[in-house]
Design a binder for this molecule. Sequence first.
Ligand SMILES: [Cu+2]
Length: 190
Amino acid sequence: MKKPLVILFAMMSAVMLLAIACGSDEADPNATATPAPPATVPAGDRAPEPTAAPTAVPATKAPAPVGGGDSATLDINVKGDALQFSVADMFATAGSEVSVTFTNSSSVNSHNWALVENGTKDAVAADGTGAGPGNNWLPVDDSRVIGNTMVLSPGQSDTATFTAPAAGTYQFVCTFPGHNFTMFGGFIVN
Ligand SMILES: [Cu+2]
């Protein structure tokens, strides 16, 4: 009777050990096996794509710097026969090549368009009056004048081309004698 009991205990303990072992085995695989596959599979699938992408990116970045110099075309007119420009402010980007086309649609007045340092429009116009119509009513080789059109008779147009100066506020003005007091605006460089 003793031997069968020992065997029975041995069998019972073996079953318990199996149950414990199986119980712990079932808990571990569920915890570790499930997260593992998703983490490895996508990594393997995505691996080839990043390798191809870096090759294509430098190719697209290369053309961009080629067109580095900005350019802008601005149009401005007058308000009929009034001594006023058609716009109050104009805008440009520092260092860009700017073309300002000024059309004088007045039927009676002559005008010009000049870009000058901020706060100098009246002084430049006064000196322009001294320079006379032969110089487009503008002082010659004056550092305050950044760009300008010719003096335009009614119906004419002309384009002033210049490099936009450093960021800041400047003025545009008509320097035909007497016009500078009402015929001007702000030129903002960003
Ligand atoms: Cu004018």
